[in-house]
Design a protein around this ligand. Sequence first.
Ligand code: GLN
Length: 289
Amino acid sequence: MDRNQTLTSFLDWAQHKLLQAEVTSPRLDAEVLMAESLNISRTELMTYPGRVLNHVEAENFRSRIERRVLREPVSHITGVQEFWSLEFLVNEKVLTPRPETEILVEQCLKALAKNSSPLKILDLGTGSGILSIILAKEFPQSQVTAIEKSALEVARKNALRHAVADRICFVAADMLKADWQGPYQLIVSNPPYIESENLSKCMPEVRQYEPVQALDGGRDGLDYYRFIVPRALEQLEEGGLLAFEIGHTQAAAVVTLMESSSGYRDIQVVQDYSGYDRVVLASKRVLNG
Ligand code: GLN
């Protein structure tokens, strides 16, 4: 047996290369890419540390590690990302789902838990489709409209994969120009919110590989909130919910936008698991309510 060709020796080699490239989780990434190269699960990897890789497997793994060394995101190399315990297809045209965005989903579920009527939901800037798809799954009676200006292929494929394509109406349009086709009980969005001048300070994975139009929120990062907050009032039913993901420094500004429009009540800021402000929610005021 050639010791240099075992699974463990390949993983050690890759971990070292990724560490040198300043990748933040070198061992984990090496394992994920190994599992993918061998077409087995990460748990199965641990069962065969001494397994010898054949030539094709070794080349598959090496080429994936070379890509990761250049800081291409793992999700782009594997083509998938897990979110809400489901697997979603991703590519360079959509923002890779982040774990923090699960807080936005949780808050929507919590706020609408008591609502037994079929919901009409709008997702602004749907990207890979995660919000539309999970909300469609969690509210089996709901109808979702998903507006996205770049290609919708990824979101459509994900909706098919998770068997909710028949309840999501995909609209290929710029949310700033499209007819939103309200009224809705829920409007949800994870809009681009990074300040333009900070884009160049993002990690290489983000700055070099993720779509800038999903990240760039204008000079102060708030362009989309400024547009959506007043507009959503025209498109929400009375009592309807507006729910945003935000950048962790933006809570006060987004709350102020909502307060100054005076059409919202019950404005709430929710933190993510790292303790950062991550979600802002509010309901449309009920007239005479
Ligand atoms: N959370 C993302 C990041 O910091 C930004 C997502 C967004 O702009 N909506 O990379």
